[in-house]
Write a protein that binds this ligand. Structure first.
Ligand SMILES: [Zn+2]
Ligand SMILES: [Zn+2]
Length: 274
């Protein structure tokens, strides 16, 4: 049984709940701890039941409450050495926390996890593939580009969580400082809607024997994007693969929980447009 819900997504803070293979994980803790607690309780999940906290990278919108949460609930933190070093450099307090460093492949009980290093500012970022009993969920947010070597691992995954940060024209014509715009558009920045759509086209197998049933687009910029743009471009990408009728598009909102996804999809046939 797979369950997934974004508790928050965007530049003001990110956190996601993922349940698979008997593991209850929180990915990132970039919103105030109180909000994480409230949003978990909305789902009848006690924060004590979070078995592990996975951190993608050391930006405040992903890590700022990690130490607090881990100390209060004794939740083990998983992150890369580079993220840990960067967190220390930037002053995110992870003292008295149970710190574990990711290897490329991890087994958390029955849940298999593959970690991927993706380009995003100096210390990079970690993407994930979660696997259990033939079910595969891929998770990628905050990356300038998806390295070629990753496609093979995530191809035809059942669920894809993917950043669609900005519309390129809106980003270019925004009032942001020139170097922020340049960084966001670069390979060290964030994925544009267009990049996300090209990734979707390659990940979704399309037409026959396809597995992908839902894609959630994330980290959508408030200033330089709009949910309507994201949905339109992703729908067009799915149409190219003749998969628009069978793949549910979801958008992760910034300040509240997303739709709560529950597999198996037999219980969620409402997603499939007849
Ligand atoms: Zn971020
Ligand atoms: Zn970031």
């Amino acid at each position: 049984m797979f369950e997934f819900c974004s508790l928050a997504s965007g530049s003001s803070g990110n956190s996601s709940l993922l349940i698979l293979g008997g593991e209850t994980l929180l990915i990132d803790a970039g919103i105030p701890l109180k909000r994480i607690e409230e949003r978990l309780l909305e789902k009848n999940i006690s924060p004590e039941n979070i078995g592990r906290l996975l951190i993608t990278h050391a930006h405040g919108d992903h890590i700022k409450s990690a130490g607090k949460l881990a100390r209060k609930y004794r939740t083990p933190i998983w992150l890369t050495r580079a993220t840990h070093a960067e967190a220390q450099k930037l002053g995110y307090d992870l003292t008295d926390c149970r710190i574990n460093f990711f290897r490329e492949k991890e087994n958390f009980g029955k849940l298999k996890i593959k970690t991927f290093q993706v380009p995003h500012d100096e210390a990079g970022n970690t993407g994930f593939l979660f696997e259990h009993g033939g079910f595969r969920a891929a998770y990628f947010t905050d990356l300038g580009a998806l390295p070629e070597r990753i496609y093979r691992d995530i191809h035809d995954c059942d669920f894809l969580f993917l950043e669609a940060n900005h519309d390129v024209l809106r980003e270019k014509t925004s009032r942001r400082p020139a170097q922020v715009i340049e960084r966001n558009l670069s390979d060290q920045g964030h994925l544009s809607n267009e990049q996300a759509a090209r990734i979707v086209e390659r990940v979704v197998r399309g037409e026959t024997s396809r597995k992908t049933r839902a894609i959630m687009l994330a980290h959508i910029s408030k200033d330089c994007n709009h949910h309507v743009f994201v949905e339109k471009i992703i729908r067009a990408a799915l149409q190219k693969k003749q998969a628009a009728e069978t793949v549910k598009i979801l958008l992760a909102p910034e300040g509240r929980c997303s739709e709560h996804l529950r597999w198996p999809l037999s219980a969620a046939t409402a997603y499939l447009k007849k």
